[in-house]
Design a protein around this ligand. Structure first.
Ligand SMILES: [Zn+2]
Length: 69
């Protein structure tokens, strides 16, 4: 199981394994998973990646507006 999380500092969406203790965002902010905002869950890493992209587009507009890769 994977969790879809949102960084409290920059607002990016991230995913992490449910049993992970901390997650480091690409902005450099490291947070305990238990303290992060949980947006959704996913069954596997592929689904988690798709959901992150979905939420990211919903929050920040269509692809191309902000690049994360
Ligand atoms: Zn961040």
């Amino acid at each position: 199981m994977y969790l879809i999380l949102r960084c409290r500092k920059c607002g990016r969406f991230l995913y992490a394994r449910q049993d992970a203790k901390t997650k480091r965002c690409v902005c450099g902010y490291t947070s305990k998973i238990s303290r992060m905002l949980k947006v959704d869950t996913a069954r596997d890493e592929r689904e988690a990646g798709e959901k992150v992209r979905y939420y990211q587009e919903k929050a920040h507009g269509p692809p191309g507006f902000v690049k994360f890769h």
